[in-house]
Design a binder for this molecule. Sequence first.
Ligand code: SAH
Length: 275
Amino acid sequence: MASPPDSPRRFPASWPAAEETSRTKPAELLRPQRLLRDVASAAQRRDAPAGLGLDSDAVRLRMIERLRRSGVALEPVVLEAMSRVPRHLFVDSALAIQAYEDTSLPIGHGQTISKPTVVARMISLLLQRPSASAERPMLPLRHVLEIGTGCGYQAAVLCLLARRVTSIERIRPLHERAREQLRALSLDQARLLFGDGRLGHAPSAPYDAIIAAAGGGDIPPLWLDQLALGGRLVAPMHSEHHGGQVLVVVDRDEAGWHRSMHDGVHFVPLESGTL
Ligand code: SAH
């Protein structure tokens, strides 16, 4: 596992930190608790036919425990969110039995759902941005842009950590299936868009976090434009130097964009156009 981001620097946050802290507790911050309850109970209702037996919770918690002990720098709040999201509902029922192993799985159309360690690591990197509030906010992210919705699993995890999630998918049947799945789990603060995610989504920019689930040769310039001051982008990218794909982190502050290279990864390619 590569080293954590360069020594943290203090940048002025581009939004008032107080707004997000649990100290202030405005009414809408009570929402995540309701959400967590809803996800858990919606999942329970759907557990039985998924073929995992009655207790997918226990299997999921064992996966979380393995992630916690993996030695990878993961944020506890991310593991907490992942412990609430029924990953087995996002894959074909024939694969549900493997849903809590640390492995990527096919989701059709030549695409895959990312490994749990990679999902946990990428979202943890987003939360470790230099401008992150030290106040342990209940919803640490404000507005996340995800490129590559796939089956919607990572978007579901992000919904428990962000006020808003905008996610773009270029394969229509995947986009539609993810939309149904998130609706079934009452995760309606996710806005799923069908289109070419290389363009980002300017109308709702800027984003304090951008996360890509597909990798190319370089970071599309529009993503950099749409990243907020104090925001962080995490994306897989090919690196000649490392001879493969690595996670690239880009932090934006008033002086510009700062890149660092992290873990070696293996993602599907970032393609152009829609299908
Ligand atoms: N986060 C997803 C991972 C999906 S795999 C999950 O939890 O399941 C990556 C996805 O990126 C694929 O579904 C692929 O179709 C999509 N993708 C690739 N290039 C894209 C592009 N230019 N715009 C939007 N989505 C893209």
